[in-house]
Structures are given as C-alpha cells and as structure tokens.
Design a protein around this ligand. Structure first.
Ligand SMILES: Cc1cc2nc3c(=O)[nH]c(=O)nc-3n(C[C@H](O)[C@H](O)[C@H](O)COP(=O)(O)OP(=O)(O)OC[C@H]3O[C@@H](n4cnc5c(N)ncnc54)[C@H](O)[C@@H]3O)c2cc1C
Length: 326
C-alpha cells in the first residue's frame, strides 16, 4: 500500500533522505563552525541548573576534566525525550501515552535482496520495519508497551521465530541475533510540556514534546523549533531579561499548534491502527486507507503533513539575510 507521494511537494528537495543520526549531527556541527560565536563541548553532561534571583542563569556540567559551570542569559534545553534538564527546571509534563515500544536490531543486507523490498510490513499481531543501509538493514520490531521482559523470558529462539514471521525479507538471517545483547529497546513516549519556558530557560524539540515515531517527523519538528527559536531570539539578547523571556515564550506560541496537530494524528494512528494490531492479533486497517491505492492524488496529503508539517519555518537570521543580499 502506498500512502504518501513526496514528488510534488513545493520544496527544493521533494523526497525523504534517510541517514544515520551521527552523520547528520556531524553535518550540523561542520556547518555551525562557520558561525564565529559557535562553541562545542563534547563529553559534557548537564547535571543541574544554576539559579540566580529566581532566574535560570546557566548549567552545571560534568566534563572529563571535572565539573564546570556554564553561565548564560538563556538556556535552550534540547536534551531529548528523557530530558533531565526540564525535570530540574520543574516544568510540568503531560504524558499522552503510547501502546508500543520498538526493538531495534541490525541484520545483514545481501546483494540478492530486492532493492524495492517494502520498508514496513504488517501481519497479524506484528509490525516490522527494515530500513536499508549500506551492508545491513536497520530493523525495528514493534512490540506492545512493556512487553520486552516477557519477550526476553521466552528466549532468543522464540524471538528469532517472531522476527522471521514478521519479515520474509530477513527471515533467512535471524540467526545473526545471537542474544538479546543484539536487540535494543527504544521506549516510545508521546508527551509535551504545558509550559516550554520559564525565566532564563526555553525547551525545544523532544524535550518540549516527545513525538511518536509514527511518520518519522520528530527531527523535522525539532529543527523547525530550533529555527523558530533562532528567529524569535536573535535580536532579543540586546534587550533586558524581561524582553528576552517574552521572546522565548513566543516560541511556544508559534510552534505548539503545529506540534499538537501532529501529536493528535499520531495518537489516532497509535490507537486505531497500532494498538488494534498489537492487541487483537489481526490486521485490520481502516477501510479508508484503500482510497490511497485507488486515488494516487490523495497520497500528496500525508506527504505534505510528514514532509512539511503544519507550520513551515524559514531562517530569518541576519546571516541568512547577508547571504541572500550578497
Ligand atoms: C524508535 C524511534 C524511532 C524514531 N524514528 C524517527 C525517524 O525515523 N525520523 C524522525 O524524524 N524522528 C524519529 N524519531 C524521533 C526523533 O528521534 C526525535 O524526535 C528527534 O531526535 C528529537 O531531536 P532532539 O534534538 O530534540 O533530541 P535528541 O535527538 O534526542 O537529542 C538530544 C541530545 O541531548 C543529549 N543529552 C541528553 N541528556 C543530556 C545531558 N544531561 N547533558 C548533555 N547532553 C544531553 C543526548 O545525548 C542527545 O544527543 C524516532 C524516535 C524513536 C523513539
């Protein structure tokens, strides 16, 4: 079943690029080094917040050379779905629930594998994705939330059998899973903060709103948040703290409606499709999905939601303007 067609999106790159996260992060670091004010500390873990006169004034950091303090007029928190910094800031999290977790594993990719093998596969009680990478498939077995302990208790042989049933593409190589050390649990969380900011601090990305993996849009939203934050904040540092905080709060006002809309769609798919398949052990897709096979033009709608979201962001920072003017 084809659900989305990206080819007609009105953007410069009308396709999805799949890349390992470390390559993408290295790319971002390389581009960021062009900015004279950019600094990067690796192996530096934020362990706490500095507070001064009811304002967040920076972070405490653990580094290989010992503890350090990094002071800042505004701390932008982007430490992901398990954010300890947002917890330290005392911000309230609304847990929206997810019926599944994902078990990730690598299985080899062979020259004889069909290049057009489907990315995802549904069968009674099972969901599986196999993302082709160089020399291997990055595989995800979708399991009912909290079931990993029971899966482990049943033993690796039983799990290999499950994987083989879930995906004919990799059925002949499940022996590559030697033990559960080769299987990594990714806990799926969908949540969002009631308030993304407080004096001296702003949360963006998964730290502000952990997204379900459905649609693979978490990175899009995290980047859109970062662009919106840059657009709202770049000239606010010349003003006093009250103005800076107001600009930081404006990022939530700009981004939250788009985040809520995507999460609402993800929650419906989780409940109506994934939860049903995992619980009922039957594949019962909503009949309306058949329309996407019959009317290809409909596939543009999911492509737009996945590829562009509900609110596009464009960089308005001075560097961008300078480049354009040049
Ligand atoms: C199973 C699964 C599959 C997914 N698949 C996709 C997909 O295909 N496409 C997609 O777009 N999204 C996907 N997502 C979602 C996506 O990973 C996130 O939405 C996205 O990475 C959020 O970006 P972020 O920068 O906010 O957080 P993250 O990418 O999580 O980055 C947070 C960073 O902060 C660091 N950090 C954490 N704590 C500290 C600390 N105390 N001090 C210093 N640093 C810290 C972490 O090491 C990490 O580098 C998936 C998520 C899951 C769970």
């Amino acid at each position: 079943m084809h659900l989305a067609d990206f080819r007609r999106l009105p953007v410069a790159a009308p396709f999805i690029a799949l890349m390992p996260q470390w390559d993408f992060l290295s790319f971002l670091v390389e581009r960021s080094r062009r900015f004279p004010g950019f600094g990067l500390m690796m192996n530096a873990k934020v362990t706490g917040l500095l507070t001064e006169a009811d304002r967040i004034a920076g972070v405490e950091v653990e580094t290989p050379d010992g503890p350090r303090e990094v002071r800042s007029r505004l701390v932008v928190v982007a430490d992901g779905r398990g954010s300890t910094t947002r917890a330290a800031a005392g911000l309230t999290v609304q847990d929206l629930g997810a019926p599944m977790d994902v078990l990730w594993m690598r299985l080899s990719r062979r020259p004889e594998d069909l290049p057009e093998a489907p990315l995802g596969r549904l069968s009674a009680g099972r969901m599986f994705i196999a993302v082709p990478r160089e020399g291997y498939f990055q595989c995800g077995y979708v399991a009912a939330k909290g079931s990993f302990d029971a899966i482990k208790a049943a033993g690796i042989e039983a799990f290999r059998h499950e994987v083989a049933l879930a995906s004919p593409t990799v059925a002949d190589r499940v022996d590559e899973l030697r033990s559960f050390d080769d299987v990594h649990l990714l806990t799926v969380t969908v949540d969002r903060l009631s308030q993304w900011s407080k004096p001296g601090l702003l949360c963006i990305g998964d730290a502000a709103h952990a997204m379900s993996p459905i649609g693979g849009v978490g990175i899009n939203l995290a980047i859109q948040d970062a662009i919106a934050a840059a657009n709202h904040l770049h000239d606010a540092f010349d003003s006093d703290d009250a103005v800076l905080d107001r600009h930081a709060a404006a990022v939530q006002a700009r981004r939250e409606p788009a985040v809520k809309a995507i999460q609402a769609i993800q929650l419906v798919v989780q409940k109506r499709v994934i939860g049903q398949i995992l619980a009922a052990k039957v594949v019962k897709l909503p009949p309306v999905l058949k329309l996407f096979d019959w009317l290809p033009v409909l596939r543009r709608l999911p492509a737009r939601v996945i590829g562009m979201g509900f609110r596009m962001e464009r960089v308005r920072s001075p560097e961008r303007l300078t480049k354009r003017q040049a």
